[in-house]
Design a protein around this ligand. Sequence first.
Ligand code: TXA
Ligand code: MG
Length: 347
Amino acid sequence: MRKPAPIPRFEPVFLFYSPDAPLNLTMLIPLLDPNIQPLERAAAALRAGKLVAFPTETVYGLGADAFNPLALAQVFAVKQRPHFDPLIVHVGERDWLVKLCRDIPPIAERLMDRFWPGPLTLVLPKLPAVPDLATSGLASVAVRMPSHPVALELIRLAGCPVAAPSANPFGRLSPTRAEHVQAAFSEGIEYIVDGGPCEVGVESTVLSLTGEIPFLLRAGGVSLEALEAVMGPVQKAGSALVPEAPGQLAHHYMPRTPMELVPMGNPPPIPVGRCGYLAFRTKPSDAGFAQVEVLSPSGNLTEAAAELFSALHRLDRAGLERVYAEAVPPQGLGLAIMDRLQKASHG
Ligand code: TXA
Ligand code: MG
């Protein structure tokens, strides 16, 4: 048994979501019973089979008790997510894994030592007790321990593993702020716990450890370089050795506004109509853009990742006809940013 990591102090803002009332940010409710802490209410809702949106260090998740098939079905329904796309199960302690997976290889332990809690998801052989809805009927389950103090506290209070996809309608932009979640759903979620903007800003790295060789299923918050420093070369998608990842569709993370990926420093010569530009570090010299967002003026890819979805949400709300997104260097978190930009592009 490991000692639980100390939980830093935090002050979550608690949003109450009711299907009977219109939604807006003024629906912050003062707690009726001062003896019940906000997160305990949210944890009780999870235990009761309700859905709770909560912050993680990567993006906001839409959580449900991973062992409650009805609650899991509700996650798929609220997100309009196809059932072939499996969920990530979040644990509050490492020893909860004994309820979820078997044959945990030594490399998994080393990776957990180094990166947990944090934005690394490991796909491991599952135990029969894990509902098929969580794993889309696969023989494996994806697990991660988030590092966000609100997420950790919520999951530990709930006392059950929490299955949580990103809290956005299927295929759409991921939420990195509570208001992104609130804007995207009108019912089906009991509580949205507001923990402020997500620090990492892109989803967790997903690594499969079910086969002979480990392979990367999704680039994310732990860079490939950081992974390889611990475990040596990692196979990536595209390699003949790597099977298709479930749920990894060519189009995903899509804004409503058509988006086009352009090479770095190469904005379209004359944007036609009201266009937006997502720049990596410098504004385009052409003033013809109706709205420009710069991800990181200092050219820092970690900072750029943290800003990515917020900037895309702002561009998507600006009533533009088209958004051009500039490519970033595919190093460090740049690999995850490029994956999101490619999938967000409308071709
Ligand atoms: O950072 C994150 O990972 C966020 C936060 C909330 O933790 N969650 C997240 O979940 O991004 P979601 O549902 O948007 O992405 C989960 C992806 C699936 O689409 C699939 O690609 C992969 O994880 N996955 C889950 N279970 C798997 C399995 N058994 N085998 C292979 N891939 C799996
Ligand atoms: Mg997602």
